[in-house]
Write a protein that binds this ligand. Structure first.
Ligand code: WQD
Length: 343
């Protein structure tokens, strides 16, 4: 089977995707600089699949590192590029770090693909490119709005770079996947979301509150134009999301599409509010989450959820996990971290 390079492969979505790639029979090599993840994740992947993925600790912004990687792994046929800084708030205070890390990583990889026989890149993008959508659910035809953060802007610029390089005559293809809100953990509880420091995202903060690490979850506003006043998102199970990447790789490597670039929204199609999600978690786990309504968080989108029909029909992919099961997986992971004394 072909070998796939997974950049950022010890990260949250990357590690779950490596599991699915291995279980689909692909050989994998991970490169990750461990700036926001741990080498232990490689052990977790091996415990799930029984196969230890090759792992290279390195920074994709360093061209020499990548040149050596491709010299060492001459059988790389596809790339899934997760390697990027991804905290919206941090990107506002550290724009140079975000533009350099996210864009130089991409440029280095694109520059090396054709000369190393790589047939395609699956790119990790985000629904952030749509900003506050004019209407929900959001299709791939929805207008791209001016980014509200350097993080979101790096995703928009990256999509344009990929398009320009392919339109300039590159031989490789690309599938761009725009994620909505990835949540949950692998059902084995061997891998999951492991944010450094105080979590920015809702679910890790919620599960850390549920287990007692945090005193109380702040709900950022209940005065939005939504049924219960709290923001609405499309929370997609991370394993469902990972499976879409395997389908995208197969689609590229088997030349299933005449288009050199394809873009897909990956979501469930269901909008869920913050308060609804708290209720789902509490009912699914039987664990109460102390929470309080506070003021809005700057930059928050009011409501955004996907129309996944295009991915359902063209990729033949659909999110199948229930939100209750997804919340149970997030809780099982948080308890595992406690058992291991990690958190
Ligand atoms: C979800 C909802 C908050 C924390 C961002 C990026 C996106 C992707 C996922 C990287 C919002 C509310 C949150 C808390 C809360 N990142 N919330 N209390 O902002 O939708 O998306 O992260 O790929 O690109 O934009 O995710 O989990 O931060 O927030 O009330 O302590 O939960 O207001 O409505 P977001 P989030």
């Amino acid at each position: 089977m072909d070998r796939i390079l997974v950049t950022g492969g010890t990260g949250y979505i990357g590690s779950h995707t490596v599991v699915e790639l291995q279980q689909a029979g692909y050989k994998v090599v991970i490169i990750d600089n461990l700036s926001n993840s741990s080498r232990d994740v490689v052990d977790g992947i091996e415990r799930i699949t029984g196969v230890r993925p090759d792992f290279v600790e390195g920074d994709c912004t360093d061209m020499e590192t990548l040149i050596k990687l491709f010299a060492d792994y001459k059988d790389i046929k596809g790339i899934i590029n997760f390697a990027a800084s991804k905290a919206v708030g941090e990107s506002v205070s550290k724009p140079i770090l975000y533009y350099r890390n996210n864009l130089v990583t991409l440029l280095n990889l694109l520059e090396l693909m054709d000369s190393n026989g790589v047939k395609g890149m699956v790119f990790s993008s985000s629904c952030t490119v749509y900003g506050e959508p004019d209407e929900n659910p959001v299709t791939e035809k929805a207008p791209i709005k001016k980014a509200t953060s350097p993080y979101g802007n790096t995703k928009q610029i990256s999509e344009e770079i990929i398009s320009d390089v392919i339109n300039a005559g590159a031989s490789f293809k690309s599938v761009i996947l725009r994620y909505f809100n990835p949540v949950g953990a692998h059902p084995s509880a061997e891998i999951g979301e492991l944010p450094n420091g105080v979590p920015q995202n809702l679910i890790p903060y919620l599960t850390q509150t549920a287990i007692g690490i945090r005193n109380e979850l702040s709900v950022f506003g209940d005065d939005y134009d939504t049924p219960d006043g709290s923001c609405i998102r499309d929370y997609i199970n991370v394993v469902d999301l990972a499976k879409a990447h395997v389908i995208a790789v197969e689609r590229m490597l088997q030349d299933k599409s005449e288009n050199k670039i394809e873009i897909f929204n990956l979501g469930t199609g269901q909008g869920v509010s913050v308060l609804e999600l708290i209720n789902v978690f509490e009912e699914a786990t039987g664990v109460k989450v102390p929470h309080r309504i506070v003021g809005r968080r700057a930059g928050d989108i009011e409501k955004v959820w996907a129309d996944p029909l295009y991915a359902n029909e063209v990729l033949g992919w659909k999110a199948t996990s229930t939100l209750a099961d997804t919340m149970r997986s997030a809780w099982a992971w948080q308890k595992r971290l406690r058992e291991r004394g990690i958190m």
